[in-house]
Design a protein around this ligand. Structure first.
Ligand code: 26W
Length: 811
């Protein structure tokens, strides 16, 4: 923990400001002030960072490398201050200088290098590894443009580039001396040298991978871990260009552009795989750079490569970094001269893999021709892995061609990344109990049968430091006053809070805190969307990527139904509700974009209807991102977790909401099941088809969306309203939604679950009207949320998969 006095901080800050900007503090803009603060904090951090690295090298503790295409960090200033233990001192010191800390924090651009759950999970994991003193490194891509910025114009999503680096990035340090060369294309020359087959890569396109390191601050423990993001640069520098002849010059420019494209932009796809060569290039680019730098560091400090897997663990976040497996093989075989057997043993014992989805359309497979041309040596290695694996299959399943070809790594013209990840690693985990069971018994059952010991579950988590302590300081104080502060380091101690579930003072405090958080959000809604919402209404929230399986449509349909009911019976006795949505649709995902249009159309019509506007309001908040989530989550009362059962691997916003006292309305999907197990049936509202029913319907295809609709008056009315111009002059604006629900037979059982969803919402309404009961439920949810801290998850990874982190026990 950094100890620093207020006066010292003031002195340091003023000096830093002058040094950086060459003027006095009172002449500076807020952006100047933010930059000076960021830069000062980085100075403080730097000393500890060097010490941490020295210690790691000295103590030679096992290092974890977490490879991920996405890291969705959000803002860093506030959390770094919190983890350093100087946020209060800094706040007071700045106040005395006439500066509001929050104003500066709000100026920071989100680092949005991820799509959604998978990227945010990686960020929570980095925070937990540092806070548990686990030597953990992130490895990814420094995209020049992160996840696109979303605007809603005339009811539709419009995307623009996320220029997050526009004003620079105070947190990163570019390490030119640690650059690596990554090779694409070309040919492989094989020859026998000294009785050994050697492989030489010739005529390749070289790309320089330049690391940018960001410090990851552990919580009050003086640990600073590293997130290393790679940026692609041409190997020749600008100066060389001028000496080229005209033809060469143009070629050189072409080369420069094609290289820079590699780290230009994050693919805005969530759960949808596209076979684009640039994406394959991105994957090999950061994986190769990362593995090369690991080996370089390892050889410098530890030496004997045969012990590699005892000293490092390589974790791959979904299949996107799977090429780590053949890349490590390549280096061990071609550059270090190990035998296939040794290289394979070291590689598989180093690598572990997490699966994050069972959606078929998200499973990565690369066309062989593309793969082979771009990565000729890697392809040879993958073929060899495949050959050896299919031989093993043959010895088990002799003559069962179908089975063998289904399980092969290379087959049907593709390289199947999930198969490569399973075969080439020692651990395969799902992200919630139900998800892992589905992997074992359905999606990957053949592999589970073959390697039962590889499969395991690690239920996701979220860092309570960002999602509770930082986002909800008032609730944090209430917890500290009632149960003490032990929960901060041991989140499961939050259970003690349950003792207060019948304490009327505590319940009143919970009510007040929620109300203040709602007021803060209401102001943001007013400022950003121009909509005035009633802070006495229920804040009912669904924020996440827009996707058919997440069923924002189901939420929209019940809003349409409620509107109809209110028009029929204006005195209907319901607690007023504000329906809050936010989330981005992949730019090419037409149905998801139409879903946004539907929600904004409901808002337009219903918000402007004076007959109902004191009972319901609909808000679609633009540009959902980590920092906006930090405002929404503490103000939420009803958390909508309504995916089609079996489809959401885990979900993590469900955990954030419960930790902040929201009541969950949910299907028994992903981690919702475990939330239910924690809080009990009385403290969550469950609805919808069970896992078994869903699987049964998919198997036998006996579901009829039309029959379901025709059997329910409410559904007849609202599905008609989708296409009769009721919500928009353009009559066919929502036709595709109608078609998907009815003529394409409602793949995600929206209509099937409708009745039970409405019933569940009526239950929510009743519960909310009983203020005592509601606060009691809220208290129980908070009390049982500690288990969903990512500290618990990371301890499970460390002990169960990585074999690292013995130190956390001594916290
Ligand atoms: C190849 C395109 C692509 C891109 C991203 C396919 C799949 C993905 C991710 C796996 C999607 C994702 O973010 N999955 C989410 O991961 C979270 C963290 O484990 C889970 O909580 C969510 O349920 C899961 O949807």
């Amino acid at each position: 923990m950094l100890t620093i006095s207020k006066d010292r901080f003031k002195r340091d800050y003023i000096q830093k400001f002058i040094e950086l900007h060459g003027k006095d503090l009172d002449e500076g803009t807020n952006l100047n002030k933010y930059e000076a603060l960021g830069s000062l904090i980085r100075d403080y951090v730097s000393r500890m960072w060097i010490e941490t690295n020295k210690r790691y090298n000295r103590e030679k503790e096992k290092q974890v490398y977490y490879f991920s295409m996405e890291f969705l960090l959000g803002r860093l200033l506030g959390n770094s201050l919190l983890n350093l233990g100087i946020r209060d001192v800094c706040k007071k010191a700045l106040k005395e200088l006439g500066v509001e800390l929050e104003d500066l924090e709000n100026l920071e651009q989100d680092q949005g290098l991820g799509n959604g759950g998978l990227g945010r999970l990686a960020a929570c994991f980095l925070d937990s590894m540092a806070s548990l003193k686990i030597p953990g490194n992130g490895c990814g891509i420094r995209y020049k443009y992160g996840f696109f910025e979303q605007k809603i114009i005339e009811g539709s999503q419009v995307e623009s580039p996320d220029k997050w680096l526009r004003e620079g990035n105070v947190w990163e340090i570019k390490k030119t001396d640690k650059a690596e060369v990554v090779k694409f294309g070309g040919e492989i020359k094989t020859e026998y040298i000294g009785g050994r087959l050697t492989f030489t890569h010739v005529n390749y396109e070289p790309v320089l991978a330049v690391p940018h390191d960001t410090p990851i601050v552990g919580f009050e423990n003086e640990v600073i871990n590293t997130l290393r993001l790679w940026s692609a640069e041409p190997v020749v520098n600008e100066f060389d260009f001028s000496s080229f002849s005209r033809g060469e010059f143009l070629k050189a420019i072409e080369y420069k552009n094609s290289v820079e494209a590699i780290s230009q932009v994050l693919y805005p796809d969530d759960s949808f795989y596209e076979g684009k060569i640039l994406r394959l290039k991105q994957q090999y680019f950061f994986v190769s750079a990362g593995i090369q730098s690991i080996i370089r560091h390892y050889k410098k400090h530890l030496g004997d490569l045969c012990l590699l897997n005892e000293k490092i663990a390589i974790h791959i976040n979904d299949t996107h970094p799977t090429l780590a497996i053949p890349e490590l093989m390549r280096i061990l075989l071609d550059e270090e001269g190990l035998s296939w057997e040794d290289a394979w043993r070291i590689t598989t014992n180093s690598v572990s893999y997490t699966n994050h989805t069972i959606l078929q359309e998200a499973l990565e497979k690369w066309p062989i021709d593309m793969f082979k041309k771009l990565l000729p040596r890697i392809f040879m290695i993958v073929e060899e892995i495949n050959e050896r694996f299919t031989k093993e299959l043959w010895s088990k399943y002799e003559g069962q061609w179908d089975k063998i070809s289904q399980m092969a790594i290379v087959g049907d013209g593709y390289v199947r990344m999930a198969h490569l990840a399973i075969v080439g690693s020692h651990s395969v985990n799902g992200v919630a109990k139900l998800h892992t069971e589905i992997l074992k018994n359905q999606q990957m059952s053949d592999f589970y049968y073959m390697y039962p010991r590889k499969f395991n579950n690690k239920t996701n988590g979220i860092t309570h430091r960002r999602w509770l302590i930082k986002a909800n300081p008032k609730l944090t104080s209430l917890l500290n006053e009632t149960i003490g502060e032990s929960w901060i380091k041991h989140p499961t101690d939050m259970e003690k809070f349950e003792r207060f579930k019948n304490d009327s003072f505590v319940k009143e405090s919970l009510f007040k805190i929620k109300n203040e958080n709602k007021q803060k959000l209401a102001k943001i809604i007013k400022d950003n969307q121009g909509i005035v919402v009633d802070t006495n209404s229920i804040f009912d929230v669904q924020v996440k990527r827009i996707h058919a399986y997440k069923r924002q449509t189901l939420n929209a349909l019940r809003i349409m139904d409620l509107y109809n009911k209110l028009l029929e019976n204006p005195s209907l006795d319901i607690a007023p509700r504000t329906f809050i949505f936010a989330g981005k649709a992949a730019p090419a995902y037409y149905l998801a974009k139409k879903t946004i249009e539907l929600i904004t159309a409901l808002a337009d019509k219903i918000n402007n209807d004076p007959r109902v506007s004191d009972k319901m309001k609909i808000v679609f908040m633009e540009n959902y991102r980590v920092s906006l989530a930090e405002d929404i989550v503490p103000a939420t009362e009803v958390s909508e977790q309504i995916s089609t059962t079996t489809k959401e691997a885990s979900g993590t916003s469900n955990m954030k909401f419960m930790m902040n006292g929201a009541i969950t309305i949910a299907t028994l999907d992903g981690a919702n099941v475990e939330i239910r197990d924690e809080v009990g049936d009385d403290n969550i509202v469950i609805f919808g088809l069970t896992e078994r029913e869903v699987l049964e319907y998919y198997r036998h295809g006996k579901y009829s969306a039309w029959d379901t609709r025709n059997g329910d008056e409410r559904l007849i009315k609202i599905t008609d309203q989708l296409v009769n111009g009721f919500y928009h002059d353009e009559k066919d604006r929502f036709r595709i939604i109608y078609e998907n629900l009815l003529n394409y037979n409602d793949e995600f059982f929206v209509l099937k679950d409708f009745a039970s969803y409405i019933e569940a919402q009526e239950k929510v309404d009743k519960l909310y009207k009983n203020k005592e009961k509601w606060q009691e439920m809220s208290c129980v949810n908070i009390a049982h949320s500690g288990i969903f801290s990512s500290d618990r998850t990371i301890k499970e990874y460390a002990t169960g998969i990585w074999g690292s982190g013995y130190l956390y026990k001594n916290l």
